[in-house]
Design a binder for this molecule. Structure first.
Ligand code: SF4
Length: 343
């Protein structure tokens, strides 16, 4: 099966049948990154239908990054009123101020992740839709389409890597922005959770679930028992009271994010090699395939560690750091009266 032909067929369907949405420009033209940014934040946990009137009103009052950055928090809240999840309004406002200060929209995964309120899903859709970057979006719509296309009946939690790989293979490398919109529309209006309209589907000839009785049972959302893992994480501090962080590889678990050194089995450092103390605290975090509990250790050192960097505590917030490591930091600081630095 030729994946390029398949993705082009979806793009042709999208040109003719895709939804006209106020934040969207079809036909390979790129919308304004500001418009994409506002719409992506509004669409977090909220349906397209609900967002449309709020988006129009918001854009009329705040047509560009400058007008939003200069507005008062109260006014931004006023225009968000009724949309819910108000932390999004605060994050959007703070991100607008950061972008205005920087003078341009960030265009790399690492830079976008530093903006307030941006997670892995939003960064992919933002980069694809605003800058036509070949990012693959994995949301509920995409998972449903991919699992049905290949008739993948195992619990989705168990086959996330397969779903991602197949979704990446299909992503159109010439028009990732249109492709991202197209696959979302296919999921929203054709390959719906109930009663998918297979006869209208541009991918029906490729689909292994079409005409099968179990189509509405796919994707399989059964929760799987997570494997439990235990390990250790190290808050390493030098004599200038700087904290040691390192960047993860660009592929795999928590790719590209910064972290405190950790190991998922046993300990990483021998006790006599560095000045280690057990903080007496631990954190637990659920990944898709396993549940991880990390014991937090504290290390004072003058050693020159080479695979990362020492940064002042106040600068930690400037680095994209995973939720797991944010939990570690909060827990580490929890016995102090005040947590001085939120990351
Ligand atoms: S043929 Fe039907 S099940 Fe398959 S992708 Fe299209 S709408 Fe979904």
């Amino acid at each position: 099966m030729n994946k390029i032909t398949q993705s082009k067929e979806l793009l042709s369907w999208y040109e003719a049948q895709g939804r006209d949405l106020p934040w969207r420009v079809k036909g390979g033209a790129h919308p304004n990154p500001y418009i994409v940014f506002v719409s992506e934040i509004m669409l977090q946990q909220t349906t397209v239908k609900t967002v449309i009137p709020y988006f129009k009103k918001f854009m009329k009052r705040f047509p560009d990054i400058e007008s939003l950055a200069q507005a008062s928090e109260e006014e931004v809240y006023k225009y968000w009123q009724g949309l819910g999840y108000y932390s999004r309004a605060r994050s959007l406002h703070e991100a607008a101020k950061t972008i205005k200060e920087q003078g341009k929209f960030p265009q790399t995964r690492e830079e976008v992740l530093k903006l307030k309120g941006i997670g892995n899903y939003t960064v992919s859709s933002f980069l694809a839709l605003a800058f036509n970057k070949p990012e693959t979006i994995i949301d509920g719509n995409v998972i449903r389409i991919i699992t049905r296309l290949y008739h993948l009946t195992e619990p989705t939690e168990k086959i996330q890597n397969i779903i991602r790989q197949k979704a990446e293979e299909l992503t159109d490398k010439e028009s990732p922005a249109d492709y991202a919109s197209a696959i979302m529309d296919l999921g929203a209006i054709i390959c719906t959770p109930k009663k998918p309209q297979c006869l209208l589907c541009p991918w029906q000839k490729y689909c292994q679930s079409k005409n099968k009785q179990d189509i509405e049972q796919i994707p399989n959302r059964t929760k799987i028992q997570r494997q439990e893992k235990y390990g250790s994480v190290y808050i390493i501090i030098n004599s200038q009271k700087e904290i040691y962080i390192r960047k993860r590889k660009e592929k795999g678990l928590l790719s590209g994010l910064y972290e405190f050194p950790w190991k998922d089995e046993g300990k990483m450092f021998e006790k006599d090699s560095l000045c280690i103390t057990d903080s007496g605290r631990q954190v637990t975090h659920n990944f898709s395939h396993f549940k991880l509990t990390l014991q937090i250790y504290n290390i004072q050192t003058e050693k020159n560690l080479t695979d990362g960097l020492f940064v002042p505590e106040t600068s930690l917030k400037d680095y994209p750091i995973s939720t797991l490591m944010k939990k570690v930091w909060q827990k580490y600081k929890a016995n102090k009266k005040n947590i001085h630095t939120k990351i």
